[in-house]
Design a binder for this molecule. Structure first.
Ligand code: MSP
Length: 634
C-alpha cells in the first residue's frame, strides 16, 4: 500500500533582513508537524525557503552596494544556518530566484493570460512602496498606508490585473463549506467577514520594469515584471515540480503555516489564483499569532527584536523550541520574555522531566545494575493514567488543529504521573523488602519515559534521542514507528541496559534584578573598574570576513560582510591602513550586540576590534589559533 503523504510549508522569508523569532516560530511549527508525520510512517515533504524578488530586496541590496542576487546569496545563508541550528528537518529549500521556479511562474502566468483571467488596464492609485501594495482612496489614512503607517504616493500607470473579483462568491462558499480550510476559527471568521462586507477588487499582478526591475518578467510583456506576491505564492506549487521526489504528486499541501499578517494574501489571493488555474486548493491555511516583547511589536528601531541565535546560544535549542509552543497557544499572540523561558526550563524541563529521568536511571543502576526486565500490570492506576495521557498526546484532532500546547500538556501528564508514582511507591523502601514489586515499578517507569521520548520527539528531537539512549534503546526514529507510539508493553528484541547520562536540563539561576542606574554607577569604582556582569553585556564573537569593499567617497571606511554565525555587515574605519582585499578570509573579533548604526549612510551591524598604539600603529585583532566563526569570546 502507498504511504499516506503529508506536505507542509512555511512562508518563504524575505531576504532583506536577518531571521528573527517570528521566522523561527513558523519554521519550528512546520518541523514539529513534519517530524510527527514521519514518526507515524507518512511520506513527508516539508518545504521552506526565501522570497528574493521585489522592491524590499532590491532596496536592501542597493543600500549595501550589491546586486539583488549577490545580496540574496549572502542573506540566504542566515536562514539556512539558523535552520541547521534549530534542527529543522526540511526536505527542500526553495529560492524564488531558482530558474525552475521562474519557469513555473511564467508558465502559470501564460495559462492565466491565455484563458482570459488577466487584463491590461490603466490604473491610478495610492502606492505604499515598502509594502509594495496599492491602496484605494478610502483605504488611505491621512496620506499614510493603512497597514504600516508610512506615506503612500499617487501612481498612475498601465498594469496587468488578475480578475480576482469574479471569484468572490465562490471563495466565500468554499470557506463556509470547509470549516478547516482556514484556522484558527477566529481567523476564518475574519476572512469571511472581510469577503462578505467588501467588494473584492482585481489584483494588480505586474510592475513596470521602469519602476522595478528586480522580478520575473511577464511572459507576454517584457516591459513588466511579476508582482512579488504572485511570484512568491507560486513557490508552494513550483517546488513540488522540481524539488520533491518525482514519484509522488505532492500538490495540494496539507498545511500552509503563516503569520496572521499574511492571511489575506494566502486566503484570498492564493485561493483565487488556484481557482482560476483550476488547481485544487490547499487543505488548510493556518495563521498563527505574533510574538511581542513587553506587549509591544518587535522592531529594529526600538531595539527589542529577539534573535533566535542568541536564545539557542544561551538556553539550548530544545528549551527554546519547547518554550515557544508550550507558553502560548498556536494562533494567539504571545509575550516573549527570558524570565518566562528560564522559568519553563527550571520547572517543566529541569524539575519535572530532567529529574524524572535522572532518578529513574540512578535507581536502575543502583538496584538492578542497569538491567530492566519486562514485568508489568497494565491494570494499575499509574499505567492507565500514562496510557490516557499518551492517547491525548496523539489525539488526531489536536494534531490537525495544531493545538501544540495541549499536546505538550498531555505529554506532561505522563511525566507528572511518573513522578507521582515514584513518590507513592517509594522505590528506595521497596529495595529493602520487595524486589519483585520494585522490578515492576521500574519497568513501568521505563515505559512511561519511553512514551514520553517518542511523544516529545517532534518538539525536542535532541532531548528525545538523549532520553531514548539513556533508556538503553537504539535509534528513536528507526524503532518508534506508528505501532509503538501507543503500545504500553512494548519491548525491543534485545537486552535493555540503562546508562545514566548527563542532566538533560541543568537549572538556570534567575537573572539578577534589573539594577537601578544609581546602583550600576556605584559598581564602577574610583579606578573605573567594571563588574564581570557589565563586561558580560558585551557580546564578542569571532567573525570570518567574506567580502569587503570601500565605502564610496570615504578613504577611511571599509564595508565588510562577516560571518559571525550569522552574516552581518560591519563598517570599519581602517581603510587608511588596510586594503579591502587584505581582509577577505581573515578571522577577526566583532562586537555583535551593538545597536546598528549608519556610517556615511551605510548600515553597520557591529564593530570589529582593532588596537592603536601611541605611535599610531593600527592592527586588527586576530585569534592566535584557528577558531570557528561564531565562537564566543569570554
Ligand atoms: N515573503 C513574505 C511571505 C511570502 S509567502 C508566499 C513575508 N516574509 S517575511 O519574512 O516578512 O515574514 C515571514 C513570516 O514571519 C510571516 O508569516 C510573519 O507573520 C512572520 N512574523 C514576522 N514577525 C513576527 C512575529 N513577531 N511573531 C511571529 N511571527 C511573525 O511576509
Amino acid at each position: 500500500m502507498d504511504k499516506k503523504k503529508f506536505y507542509i510549508t512555511t512562508p518563504i522569508y524575505y531576504v532583506n533582513d536577518v531571521p528573527h523569532i517570528g521566522h523561527a516560530y513558523t519554521t519550528i511549527a512546520a518541523d514539529i508537524l513534519a517530524r510527527y508525520s514521519r514518526l507515524k510512517g507518512m511520506d513527508v515533504f516539508f518545504l521552506t525557503g526565501t522570497d528574493e524578488h521585489g522592491q524590499k530586496v532590491e532596496k536592501a541590496a542597493k543600500d549595501k552596494g550589491l546586486t539583488p542576487k549577490e545580496h540574496a546569496d549572502i542573506m540566504v545563508e542566515n536562514f539556512s544556518t539558523l535552520w541547521k541550528k534549530l534542527n529543522i528537518s526540511n526536505d527542500a529549500f526553495i529560492r524564488t530566484t531558482d530558474p525552475d521556479h521562474i519557469i513555473t511562474v511564467k508558465g502559470l502566468m501564460q495559462i492565466l493570460w491565455e484563458s482570459g483571467e488577466i487584463e491590461k488596464r490603466q490604473y491610478a492609485g495610492w502606492y505604499c512602496t515598502p509594502d509594495e501594495r496599492f491602496w484605494t482612496e478610502k483605504d488611505v489614512v491621512e496620506g499614510n498606508c493603512p497597514d504600516c503607517g508610512r506615506p503612500v504616493e499617487q501612481i498612475q500607470e498601465e498594469n496587468y490585473f488578475f480578475l480576482m473579483s469574479k471569484y468572490q462568491e465562490r471563495l466565500i462558499k468554499y470557506i463556509e463549506e470547509k470549516p478547516s480550510y482556514i484556522l484558527p476559527e477566529t481567523r476564518r471568521n475574519e476572512v469571511i467577514g472581510f469577503l462578505k462586507n467588501n467588494t473584492l477588487g482585481d489584483l494588480c499582478i505586474s510592475r513596470p520594469k521602469s519602476r522595478l526591475a528586480w522580478g520575473i518578467p511577464l511572459p507576454f510583456d517584457e516591459n513588466f515584471v511579476t508582482y512579488v506576491w504572485f511570484d512568491a505564492l507560486v513557490n508552494y506549487f513550483s517546488a513540488t515540480k522540481y524539488l520533491a521526489s518525482g514519484k509522488v504528486d505532492w500538490w495540494p499541501a496539507d498545511h500552509h503555516l503563516i503569520g496572521k499578517d499574511i492571511l489575506t494574501t494566502h486566503a484570498v489571493y492564493w485561493s483565487t489564483m488556484l481557482m482560476a488555474l483550476k488547481f485544487p486548493l490547499p487543505k488548510n491555511i493556518f495563521a498563527h499569532g505574533w510574538w511581542m516583547v513587553d506587549g509591544k511589536k518587535m522592531s529594529k528601531s526600538v531595539g527589542n527584536v529577539v534573535d533566535p541565535n542568541e536564545m539557542i546560544g544561551k538556553y539550548g535549542v530544545d528549551a527554546f523550541r519547547y518554550f515557544l509552543f508550550r507558553e502560548v497557544p498556536f494562533g494567539l499572540d504571545g509575550n516573549f520574555s527570558e524570565d518566562a523561558l528560564i522559568s519553563r526550563i527550571n520547572t517543566d524541563l529541569a524539575n519535572d522531566l530532567g529529574n524524572l529521568l535522572s532518578r529513574f536511571s540512578t535507581m536502575a543502576e543502583k538496584y538492578f545494575n542497569g538491567a530492566i526486565e519486562k514485568d508489568s500490570d497494565i491494570s494499575e492506576d499509574f499505567v492507565k493514567a500514562c496510557i490516557n495521557a499518551n492517547l491525548d498526546a496523539h489525539d488526531s484532532q489536536a494534531w490537525s488543529q495544531l493545538h501544540f500546547n495541549h499536546i505538550l500538556d498531555s505529554i506532561w501528564g505522563i511525566i507528572r504521573a511518573a513522578n507521582n508514582h515514584i513518590a507513592q511507591t517509594e522505590p528506595w523502601k521497596l529495595a529493602k523488602n520487595d524486589m519483585e514489586q520494585l522490578k515492576r515499578v521500574m519497568f513501568n517507569l521505563w515505559n512511561a519515559l519511553r512514551l514520553t521520548a517518542i511523544s516529545l520527539y517532534p518538539f525536542m528531537p535532541e532531548t528525545a534521542e538523549k532520553i531514548w539512549q539513556q533508556l538503553g534503546l537504539r535509534s528513536l526514529t528507526d524503532e518508534a514507528g506508528d505501532r509503538n507510539i501507543s503500545t504500553w508493553e512494548w519491548k525491543p528484541g534485545y537486552e535493555i541496559k540503562i546508562s545514566k547520562g548527563e542532566q538533560l536540563f541543568p537549572r538556570i539561576e534567575a537573572k539578577k534584578e534589573n539594577r537601578t542606574e544609581k546602583e550600576s554607577k556605584q559598581m564602577i569604582t574610583e579606578d573605573n573598574l567594571i563588574s564581570i556582569e557589565d563586561f558580560a553585556k558585551v557580546q564578542l564573537k569571532i567573525g570570518k570576513v567574506l567580502q569587503t569593499e570601500r565605502v564610496p567617497k570615504s578613504n577611511k571606511l571599509i564595508k565588510l560582510q562577516v560571518d559571525t554565525g550569522e552574516i552581518r555587515q560591519v563598517v570599519a574605519g581602517i581603510g587608511q591602513v588596510y586594503a579591502p582585499e587584505d581582509l577577505t578570509g581573515k578571522s577577526i573579533v566583532v562586537v555583535t550586540n551593538l545597536k546598528p548604526a549608519k556610517l556615511m549612510g551605510v548600515e553597520s551591524q557591529g564593530m570589529l576590534l582593532a588596537a592603536t598604539d601611541s605611535d599610531g600603529v593600527l592592527s586588527i585583532l586576530i585569534p592566535e589559533k584557528n577558531v570557528k566563526e561564531g565562537a564566543k569570546i569570554k
